[in-house]
Design a protein around this ligand. Structure first.
Ligand code: SF4
Length: 104
């Protein structure tokens, strides 16, 4: 995606509800664990699962399929420590219908 495309987050939460995995890298696990004050082993036991690619960890999902760190106000509980995949939105990937990308 062109980095010059304007984007303003409207806090719709659609990117955090999009079906699929939040794929984690080692530094993502370390950052999220630190943000929650947990040892990495405890963080993994409580909040991670094997991703469908069977090569990486992913965050567990809420019962409705959203990321478990998505809060009721559509904020991210670990925003400052969110994974690289999340930080790449919407420049590296995007979801259909994101109002933040709507030029209107
Ligand atoms: S970690 Fe935060 S930004 Fe990433 S999907 Fe979960 S709630 Fe959204």
């Amino acid at each position: 995606m062109d980095a010059s495309v304007p984007f303003v987050c409207r806090r719709c939460g659609a990117c955090c509800r999009w079906p699929g995995s939040v794929l984690l890298e080692a530094e993502d696990v370390a950052a999220a664990a630190a943000a929650l004050g947990l040892a990495e082993e405890d963080f993994i036991a409580r909040h991670a699962a094997l991703a469908r690619n069977r090569a990486q960890l992913t965050f567990k999902e809420a019962p409705d399929g959203a990321c478990e760190f998505l809060q009721a106000d559509n904020g991210c509980r670990i925003y400052a420590a969110r994974p690289r995949q999340c930080r790449a939105f919407p420049r590296g990937w995007r979801v259909a219908g994101c109002p933040g990308l709507d030029p209107g």
